[in-house]
Design a protein around this ligand. Structure first.
Ligand SMILES: [Zn+2]
Length: 410
């Protein structure tokens, strides 16, 4: 396999970042009828490029198996994510002085969770969203959504027809594109000479520091440091001018970038964070060696907890049918005998089954009626929000658990 950015040939053993065995695609949630059929499991191994330090999942044979029109993540189902989007819009409108004559493009605009706040301010905006089910919801909100995958070809066509954009943004999409060079070339092509590009992505530094191995899944192609993102942007003529550390998704970065010809000054935050990454050895193989062992330790602790609970007659149920939960459950080999169901607020997932583990997805209402002794929160990054929503669990003496970065039950 060659590095997705710099095409250096990667060594299947020497360049391993973490090896999680194999798993079906994390988002391939199953209908009842699918339970009679076999699932395809793909190797789930992550490599680190020795040249550009891009951390990336090993090549998977059938990319088309990973993204289906069935993809059922609707951004608007998370209250904290909506609040994050609203705060971003307030900040960016002020910082970049956006108004009714500006043009904004969001790549991977999902159901319009963010563009709705720009629309409320009469700032012209367009979303790019190839997933039909979520794009449909955005259109019902009156948000223009182009139903195609973003890349250089689409960007050139857009600019030829409508001109460049003053703000281009992409939240949690850069890590998910298979051809990261073509994607970033498209961002550069659509960005106005004095425009700003913002991108948010989970920070590799936090993945390593907090053992967030369950954020690894096939659809998550790249694990990004500022160092590598700077390099990928620079190759397309883009320059970072600011970076912020965010708490979202267990620790993310928001980068602000511009065309190289744009005279806007560069904030000291960029050099400071690059220095922090260099000191931590991000992207250097020898500094990642402990991650595999820590992931196995987390798996062992979770399994022991589930087995001990079962033997003690304590009932455990899970909450949040997120992708990271599938990585954890399949890596640990957890099945319905240890975890009989997972509750999730999304009606699109209820009545279906998690890929691999085949654990059924139920409504949160069922959880409240069933009253398990422990609720295992799979999206640990939303622990506080979920605990607040599920205060009723405390009323019957129930406890909450999370497995990452270490088992916590209280
Ligand atoms: Zn590389």
């Amino acid at each position: 396999m060659k590095c997705r950015h710099c095409a250096t040939v990667l060594h299947p053993q020497q360049d391993v970042f973490i090896d999680l065995g194999s798993a079906p695609p994390s988002n391939a949630i199953l209908d009842a009828e699918a339970l009679t059929r076999a699932e395809t499991w793909f190797p789930l191994k992550v490599l680190a490029c020795p040249e550009c330090a891009l951390v990336q999942v090993d090549e998977v044979q059938r990319h088309d198996a990973l993204f289906s029109d069935d993809y059922v993540y609707f951004s608007s189902y998370s209250d904290s994510w909506l609040a994050h989007a609203r705060a971003y819009v307030e900040r960016v409108v002020q910082r970049l002085a956006l108004g009714p004559r500006s043009r904004v493009m969001e790549v991977a605009s999902n159901d319009g969770y963010l563009l709705q706040y720009l629309q409320q301010r009469d700032i012209p905006c367009v979303g790019i969203e190839p997933t039909a089910s979520t794009a449909r919801v955005a259109r019902e909100r009156g948000i223009e959504s182009i139903g195609e995958f973003f890349g250089l070809a689409l960007a050139r066509r857009f600019v030829a027809q409508r001109g460049p954009c003053d703000l281009v943004l992409g939240n949690n999409v850069l890590a998910h594109v298979p051809d990261i060079n073509d994607f970033v070339a498209g961002l550069a092509a659509v960005l106005a000479p004095l425009g700003t590009l913002t991108l948010e992505f989970p920070h590799l530094l936090q993945l390593v520091r907090q053992s967030q191995f369950d954020t690894v899944y096939h659809e998550h192609f790249s694990y990004l440091s500022l160092h590598t993102v700077q390099r990928i942007l620079r190759a397309q003529g883009l320059v970072l001018w600011d970076v912020e550390e965010l708490l979202t998704h267990g620790g993310s970065l928001r980068v602000w970038a511009k065309q190289a010809s744009n005279p806007r000054p560069i904030c000291p935050s960029v050099a400071a964070l690059l220095a922090q990454e260099a000191a931590a050895g991000v992207g250097r193989r020898e500094r990642h060696r402990g991650l595999q062992a820590r992931a196995e330790c987390i798996k062992d602790d979770l399994l022991r907890f589930l087995i001990d609970s079962k033997r003690a007659g304590q009932r455990v149920a899970a909450y949040g049918a997120a992708a990271k939960g599938n990585t954890l459950l399949n890596f640990a080999g957890v099945r319905p005998d240890l975890l009989p169901y997972v509750a999730d607020a999304s009606p699109h997932k209820q009545g279906r089954f998690l890929p691999g583990s085949r654990i059924p997805v139920r409504s949160p209402q069922m959880l409240l009626e069933d009253r398990p002794d422990v609720v295992l929160i799979l999206p640990w990054n939303l622990r506080d929000e979920i605990v607040a929503q599920l205060q009723a669990v405390r009323a019957w003496g129930g406890r909450f658990a999370t497995a990452v970065p270490e088992l916590r039950v209280d």
